[in-house]
Design a binder for this molecule. Structure first.
Ligand SMILES: [Zn+2]
Length: 58
């Protein structure tokens, strides 16, 4: 499972602006606001953003 922070789209559950996207095989994704993102999605997104920072430093 892969998840990232996003500012695009809206939460699939409540329609609020999305804060996280969970990426699925086949190019699909689920989107979640802060309230509806699971702990796992938030953790994965944090890991993804940390590794992105490392790459931009190199
Ligand atoms: Zn929501």
């Amino acid at each position: 499972m892969k998840a990232v922070k996003t500012h695009v789209g809206r939460c699939d559950t409540c329609g609020e602006p999305a804060a996280y996207a969970q990426l699925l095989p086949g190019g699909r994704s689920f989107r979640f606001c802060e309230q509806h993102a699971s702990l796992l999605v938030k953790k994965q997104a944090a890991v993804a953003s940390e590794s992105g920072k490392d790459e931009s430093k190199k």
